[in-house]
Design a binder for this molecule. Structure first.
Ligand SMILES: [Zn+2]
Length: 269
């Protein structure tokens, strides 16, 4: 039999599928693979972080500041007084692994947050809203409650987790990573975490003053004012409804037999 060489048919190396469709499939496929790897990393590292001890965390984040923090001047009166108050409250938490640092963010939006390494950030907007030291003490105490329950570590996700991953891989310092506070606090906490933080916070306030008078006064005002200015919305977007919270705090004080009357201290600025 004689071999007859046949010419290959035209366009044998050209796919029948339109090139744009092929390119699209490739892009979508690769994107899905990358998203999957990123999600897997976030998941695995969140689990790993859960086993990082408080001491390691305190050490790792000792000098860290979030990249999106707009810090007020170190000479600011309110910074000095609020740090002192934070120190007084945390002194009732015996054996804490943290040295608590306070920073004031120059923002009109009222908020307070607990960040890795014992960093507590309050905003100028929040300090403008509090009317007594006792009100501020409870807000700070609540944030200390998040450290105590390690909620802030559980909240480490997304940006911060990937940044940490690259820090570990490249051997870089955490402080130079440009991690933002919003990376940590974006998710907020569950209702259960919030009420546990409230319980611990109120116990610190009670230990400090011997009563819990005016501890929740700020939330009573917010509840009755029905104020929807952006500052309040933001604090409330990461914290429980003011009205429910006041009710729960009253019940807690009653259950613990904590005095609800007592001298209220004026703000020291
Ligand atoms: Zn909270």
């Amino acid at each position: 039999m004689k071999f007859v060489a046949k010419k290959p048919r035209e366009g044998i190396n050209v796919s029948d599928v339109h090139p744009l469709v092929e390119a699209g499939t490739l892009v979508v496929g690769l994107t899905l693979i990358f998203v999957f790897i990123a999600l897997l990393l976030i998941f695995l590292i969140e689990i790993a972080l859960y086993f990082v001890s408080d001491e390691t965390e305190a050490e790792l984040f000792a000098d860290w500041l979030p990249e999106d923090l707009v810090a007020v001047s170190p000479a600011d009166d309110r910074l000095y007084e609020t740090q002192l108050l934070l120190d007084r409250l945390s002194s009732h938490w015996i054996d804490t692994p943290y040295t608590f640092r306070l920073e004031i963010d120059d923002s009109e939006v009222a908020n307070a947050m607990a960040l890795p390494g014992g960093l507590v950030v309050v905003t100028e907007g929040l300090l403008d809203k509090v009317e007594s030291e006792n009100e501020l003490a409870f807000v700070l105490g609540h944030e200390l409650g998040h450290f105590r329950n390690r909620d802030h570590i559980r909240a480490l996700g997304r940006g911060i987790v990937l940044s940490l991953f690259f820090a570990v891989v490249t051997g870089n310092d955490v402080a130079g990573l440009g991690i933002k506070a919003t990376d940590v606090t974006l998710r907020g906490f569950s209702r259960k975490q919030e009420s546990a933080a409230d319980e611990f916070g109120l116990s610190l306030v009670h230990a400090e003053y011997g009563h819990v008078n005016e501890a929740w006064r700020l939330f009573e005002r917010w509840d009755s004012e029905q104020d929807s200015s952006p500052g309040i919305v933001t604090y409330l977007s990461t914290h429980p409804q003011a009205g429910n919270r006041v009710e729960d705090l009253k019940l807690l004080a009653d259950r613990e037999g904590w005095q609800v009357q007592g001298d209220v201290r004026a703000l020291q600025w």
